[in-house]
Design a protein around this ligand. Structure first.
Ligand SMILES: [Ca+2]
Ligand SMILES: [Ca+2]
Length: 156
């Protein structure tokens, strides 16, 4: 019995050692916040309200990262719920805010460009949803899930 316990413990610690590097390597660009309950009620789908919800991505490294071809999406399996970055560079330590509605892209704010669907134009559900960030190869870089209608936003 004692031999078996030792063997089990050894296996457990080997597994921990092997999986440690993957856990330690934080993604270069992270989802830092999802503001999912736009200010005001009810949420009427107007452009100002759509732009009141957003997701933020931060480059936590000391190197610029090109987000060209990177995608952001929610848990909905709908093609129009995928945002794809055009040519865009996120500078070291900087954050980009991706707002749901229509607007003029800047160095710090991008716009999904959604409109016209009333409440269906929103991306981020009021109570629970998940944001996914993938690189240009389609590899999952980061995700952030929330499950609370008490708060208006989630700090990831
Ligand atoms: Ca609201
Ligand atoms: Ca959603």
């Amino acid at each position: 019995m004692r031999v078996l316990m030792v063997a089990l413990l050894a296996t457990a610690s080997t597994t921990a050692l092997l999986s440690a590097p993957a856990q330690a390597k934080a993604p270069a660009v992270q989802i830092t916040k999802i503001y999912y309950n736009s200010p005001g009620s009810p949420d009427n789908g107007a452009n100002g309200s759509l732009n009141g919800e957003y997701i933020q991505l931060k480059n936590i490294t000391k190197k610029a990262v090109s987000l060209k071809g990177w995608t952001v999406r929610d848990a909905t399996k709908a093609p129009d719920h995928i945002y794809t970055f055009a040519a865009f560079t996120l500078k070291p330590g900087k954050t980009v805010t991706l707002r749901t509605g229509v607007g003029k892209d800047t160095a710090t704010t991008r716009y999904w460009g959604r409109s016209g669907g009333g409440t269906f134009a929103y991306i981020w559900n009021q109570a629970s949803d998940t944001g996914y960030l993938r690189n240009a190869s389609g590899k999952l870089v980061d995700s952030c899930a929330y499950n609370s209608s008490r708060d208006a936003y989630k700090v990831c």
